[in-house]
Design a binder for this molecule. Structure first.
Ligand code: G4P
Length: 529
């Protein structure tokens, strides 16, 4: 492999969590370790503030800022780490799901007080679809949280993944004394200082050592001995292969805000997390040792400033080396294009780059050439697969308020849906346009952008649907009959694929039972080759 050295030093991952579990705080600490930022608070200021939920312009403004931090690249122990940011706001969950298609592993943050929450569950479901390797960080150990064994049990049960503790906490809350590193056999005592040096670790090879009692007191020392004996008996050594297959998740305990337990996790991450992986395409499996470049677009960010209409398409490089000013094949459009100003996201300098390697994410200025899932190659015609579209959760009819601007409205909605802001469905046998989104906020965004960017005024009429299911059936007549019979609930998605819009879970289950020949899918591939 021509670029072996460069590719082997890359690790591309995302931190995911339910809002408020500590994703931003942990990100910041990792960047501090990587020397990518100098002061605490640098990342924080870019965070979408939870109180601004009603003001989407403010959120978009902050999202604008966060484009710059969408990918944070830093070096740590000679490795080049690409950390992909995912929006914290639940209305942008779809963005997060797509970002997960561009990473090779994730770190999942769980709040020790709240345990597994809604978003934790859903994000893990998405990880499971691709068997993404997961490391779990149980955060906020400085607060009185759930019992540690209870937490492990809850996570295993709710997230359907086996855990493997790598560090073990000594108490929590006010009594939190530190963590014992089960792998390196070192004790780190809790301090609220945010500096974490290796010198702070006390080597305790033998847990029966009196040093342990001296450091944490006899009661806690005995408890730790008991816990570790139990853990060793149950878990043994970490099965690294099972981690890479997404079957076992190593677990760390800590407190992100105090930078406690973070270094242990980062050091393990560097050691075990996967680099760029082989990927499936519509044609064949593309292996990471191929020299030729290939990549795909997983996110498009539009500039809300009317003076700068350009969009930024985020491309994940999957194989080989991407070069500035070289022509690449845009598979869907069947044309060759080159990029004179691709840029990288090195947290220190957001610069135009000359090249990038498998694992990297490149920002491409886009004037409307791209939609989510588009593939670029050196000439071969394939699409990367496994980039799913998820069912929206809120459905509204798009009502044109200005018939003179119908064309603009059509163009606008087509481009916005290419960007992945929303999904567009057309009611079966009619013309009704149905917009599906994950959150209410997107409707505001669409209305605003259609008016500002395309001069088209619209309003929305709420529809009583709760889920869209893509339909397939071996017998096309049966499918047609179903669509005709259920006309009120049938639609075509943007690519013309048949979709059933369910009013409720009950209706959906009834239809599934009554139509055994028809398959109801909850996701759809962006490209089907
Ligand atoms: P998010 O990105 O996942 O939404 O979470 P974020 O890092 O913003 O953290 C949410 C809140 O939890 C923040 O407090 C943060 O300071 C706090 N936090 C993070 N890690 C820990 C921890 O280890 N222990 C404790 N006790 N708290 C932690 P906030 O009050 O919402 O914000 P701020 O005023 O501190 O900035």
């Amino acid at each position: 492999m021509k670029y072996e050295k460069e590719i082997n030093r890359r690790k591309t991952f995302a931190i995911i969590s339910h809002p408020d579990a500590g994703k931003t705080t942990l990100t910041e600490k990792l960047l501090l370790f990587g020397g990518a930022i100098q002061t605490a608070g640098a990342v924080k200021s870019n965070k979408i503030k939870k109180h601004a939920t009603s003001d989407f312009m403010e959120i978009e403004r902050q999202r604008g800022i966060s484009v710059a931090t969408s990918v944070m690249t830093f070096e740590y122990q000679d490795m080049l780490i690409n950390l992909l940011d995912t929006p914290g706001h639940k209305d942008f969950a779809e963005d997060t799901y797509r970002t997960l298609t561009a990473v090779d592993s994730v770190i999942l943050v769980v709040d020790s007080v709240n345990g597994v929450e809604d978003q934790t569950r859903r994000l893990m479901e998405v990880c499971r679809m691709r068997d993404t390797p997961v490391i779990v960080f149980i955060n906020k150990m400085d607060r009185d949280g759930k019992g540690r064994f209870d937490l492990l049990e809850e996570i295993e049960k709710e997230l359907h993944i086996s855990l493997h503790p790598m560090t073990w906490p000594i108490n929590s809350g006010k009594e939190f004394k530190g963590v014992y590193n089960l792998h390196d056999k070192g004790l780190r005592l809790f301090t609220a200082s945010t500096k974490a040096d290796d010198e702070d670790t006390i080597a305790i090879e033998d847990l029966s050592s009196a040093l342990l009692d001296e450091k944490v007191g006899q009661r806690d020392a005995d408890q730790l001995r008991e816990d570790v004996e139990l853990i060793d008996g149950v878990y043994g050594e970490l099965d690294a292969a099972a981690y890479l297959q997404g079957k076992i998740a190593p677990v760390f305990f800590g407190s992100a805000v105090n930078n406690f337990g973070v270094k242990e996790m980062l050091d393990t991450f560097i050691r075990i997390a996967p680099g760029p992986q082989d990927r499936e395409t519509s044609l064949r499996k593309v292996t990471v040792d191929e020299d030729k470049f290939s990549g795909f677009i997983f996110k498009i960010h539009a500039n809300l400033d009317p003076k700068h209409r350009d969009r930024i398409a985020f491309m994940r490089v999957c194989t080989g080396r991407f070069e500035r000013n070289k022509y690449y094949h845009h598979v869907r459009l069947d044309k060759d294009i080159r990029f004179s100003n691709p840029y990288s996201f090195l947290a220190r300098s957001k610069d135009v780059i000359e090249d990038a390697y498998a694992g990297d994410v490149v920002g491409l200025f886009d004037t409307g050439n791209f939609k989510i899932g588009d593939t670029l190659t050196e000439g071969e015609n394939f699409y990367f697969t496994g980039i799913p579209t998820f069912s929206p959760e809120i459905f509204k009819e798009l009502v044109n308020k200005d018939p003179m601007k119908t064309k603009q409205l059509e163009k606008g909605i087509s481009q916005l849906t290419d960007e992945g802001v929303a999904q567009l469905f057309t009611q079966f046998g009619g013309n009704k346009k149905i917009i599906g989104c994950v959150g209410e906020l997107q409707f505001e965004v669409i209305q605003y952008r259609l008016l500002q960017e395309y001069g088209a005024a619209c309003e929305f009429r709420t529809l009583p649907f709760y889920k869209a299911c893509w339909l397939t059936c071996n017998d096309s007549r049966k499918l047609e009959d179903f669509l005709r019979f259920k006309q009120q609930n049938s639609a075509a998605d943007k690519d013309g694929l048949p979709v059933y819009l369910a009013q409720s879970e009950w209706f959906l289950n009834t239809e599934i039972t009554n139509n055994p020949d028809i398959k109801f899918h909850f996701t759809s591939e962006v490209h089907r080759g």
